[in-house]
Design a protein around this ligand. Structure first.
Ligand SMILES: [Zn+2]
Length: 271
């Protein structure tokens, strides 16, 4: 069954369900009789699950049928007070976070509605990639910190830097070091001072942003597909006496999680 044929049948079934003169009963009848064989077992069970979700949860989640226009979801609606896209599935094992990632980040949440032949379980797409914090139950999201150059005890530069990978809980902000790389990879501020290209401040800032993105791609390949950001360690002055705090600040965040990651993470020691 081609995607085009599937979408044609899907359109007929949902138009029937939406038509007050026809409704869900007729939509189910047509799906179970006329279209079952045409759809094949996989297409049929997928569309049946979609129709059940629409029928049972349409009001609750204010669902409208999505139109296969690249939004990578079956329905749009509301989950609590958040605009949310819902993707219906009968097997969560086939769903990968990276499939949704390119479509996330514009303030719209993604949920997977998992149908177990009886009920639907609403699964946050972040559950597909990120473990839950034991303390507060929110997601733990990995990122790499590009630290400043290391010095020996005589103050001589060692020509290498540490790049620890941390996970941060987006709820309680608990940090956990997962791995540590040591290499000559300048921190973002070192890169800006020593290597950034361009005449103007703006173009050097842009060059540094590109550098951070390159490092992000590198460490994502090296450590984990689920790596979501690049950070650096900075002292933030908050009062006129020079008082303040150390924090990990994100130089780059993957858009898919930018609405849940904190702007900075208070953190005194990273070495
Ligand atoms: Zn937590």
């Amino acid at each position: 069954m081609s995607a085009e044929n599937y979408n044609n049948i899907r359109r007929i079934i949902f138009s029937t369900a939406n038509n007050p003169a026809k409704g869900f009963q007729l939509a189910h009848e047509w799906l179970d009789s006329t279209y079952k064989v045409k759809l094949g077992p996989k297409g049929y069970s997928g569309l049946k699950a979609e129709l059940n979700f629409y029928q049972r949860h349409g009001q609750e989640f204010k669902l409208t049928v999505a139109g296969d226009m690249g939004e990578h979801a079956d329905f749009s609606g509301m989950y609590g007070s958040s605009a949310t896209r819902f993707d219906v599935t009968t097997n969560i094992d086939y769903k990968k976070f990276t499939e949704y990632e390119p479509f996330m980040g514009s303030g719209i949440q993604y949920k997977v509605a998992l149908y177990d032949k009886v009920n639907f379980e609403i699964v946050d797409v972040l559950d597909l990639a990120f473990p839950k914090c034991q303390g507060c139950g929110e997601h733990e999201i990995p990122f790499v910190a590009l630290l400043g150059e290391n010095f020996n005890r005589h103050g001589m530069p060692l020509m290498h830097n540490d790049q620890p990978t941390f996970s941060v809980c987006v709820g309680c902000q608990a940090l956990q070091e997962l791995e540590r790389n040591i290499d000559y990879i300048p921190s973002p501020s070192e890169y800006f001072e020593r290597h950034a290209t361009g005449e103007s401040e703006d173009s050097r800032v842009k060059s540094t942003e590109e550098y951070c993105l390159e490092q992000y791609k590198y460490f994502r390949r090296k450590f984990t597909d689920n790596l979501m950001g690049i950070a650096s360690h900075n002292y933030k002055i908050t009062d006129s006496n020079g008082g303040g705090y150390w924090s990990l600040d994100f130089n780059f965040q993957n858009r898919a999680v930018s609405n849940v990651l904190p702007l900075d993470i208070q953190c005194e020691h990273v070495i």
